[in-house]
Design a protein around this ligand. Structure first.
Ligand code: IPE
Ligand code: IPE
Ligand code: MG
Length: 250
């Protein structure tokens, strides 16, 4: 008799470094912005694919602190696309009960983007099933510096005790303070680097790299990354034997 397949563990929090829009456009002789436009479509389809597959939280790296250094017209185009996407998606977020959150220095984004972000975040704040976190003007090093400054101010104000310092207390000053760590980090486009994304939070995440360019990323690609995640053993510093014996006694 054949054994029933082991049930799939769906990672609670999936984070994606969406990469390859420029190469997607270049390979078709199109301007880079066309790749970003298609990338926005993939943001939409991936949000719903994640929800369908049972992922509760999806973080998408949409714009890094380093991306301001790109040509001005590309940065402007990306900001316009972001504003347009958020305006267009508001009704869908409400219909599908998706809560929107952001991480990153959003106060440095153009006023129009900040306004539509505020509206969407407020309108979806009460949803609890599914959360989409957009990393906007995000970079881990900037985030750590901002957190260290806020932590030092809290110590000076007597709200934190320097001697009690621990990662648990420090992490409350990160922009991810109330978000769980990612379980699975996916990067598209064949690059195998982290590019200043969730450096602390991904300390024990599993990484899956796929050659697929972001505009071509589908629900099947997400499902295959989740299947790969299921083939991994997350040991958190323990031995494999320890994990197996603790699972057996559960
Ligand atoms: C990812 O695609 C989108 C952003 C970083 C905003 P890229 O624009 O980095 O695409 P490539 O890496 O040039 O192909
Ligand atoms: C990382 O992609 C940033 C985002 C996906 C928003 P990049 O294309 O900017 O990363 P590098 O420059 O190749 O490392
Ligand atoms: Mg890139």
């Amino acid at each position: 008799m054949s054994q029933a397949p082991a049930p799939i563990t769906v990672p609670h929090h999936v984070a994606i470094i969406m990469d390859g829009n420029g190469r997607w456009a270049k390979s078709r002789g199109l301007p880079r912005i066309e790749g970003h436009r298609r990338g926005v479509e993939t943001v939409r389809t991936t949000t719903f694919a994640a929800r369908d597959l049972g992922v509760k939280m999806l973080t998408l790296y949409a714009f890094s602190v380093e991306n301001w250094k790109r040509p001005q017209d590309e940065v402007g185009g990306l900001m316009s696309l972001l504003e347009y996407y958020l305006q267009k998606e508001l009704d869908t977020f409400i219909r599908d009960r998706v809560r929107l959150r952001t991480i990153g220095r959003t106060h440095e984004l153009p006023a129009g983007v900040q306004k539509v972000l505020r509206t969407t975040i407020e309108a979806t704040a009460h949803f609890t099933d599914c959360t989409l976190v957009l990393a906007l003007n995000y970079g881990s090093r900037t985030e750590v510096v901002d957190a260290a400054r806020a932590y030092a101010a809290a110590v000076a104000a007597g709200k934190e005790k320097l001697n009690d310092n621990s990662y648990a207390s420090f992490s409350r000053y990160l922009s991810t303070a109330d978000l769980p760590d990612p379980d699975l980090v996916i990067r598209t486009s064949g690059e195998t680097r982290i590019s200043n994304f969730l450096l602390l939070q991904a300390a024990y995440a599993e990484f899956v790299f796929t050659p697929t360019l972001w505009p071509d990323f589908t629900k099947a690609d997400l499902a295959s990354a989740i299947a790969e995640y299921n083939r991994r053993e997350r040991r958190f510093g323990l031995t494999s034997e320890q994990l197996k014996s603790s699972a057996a006694t559960k």
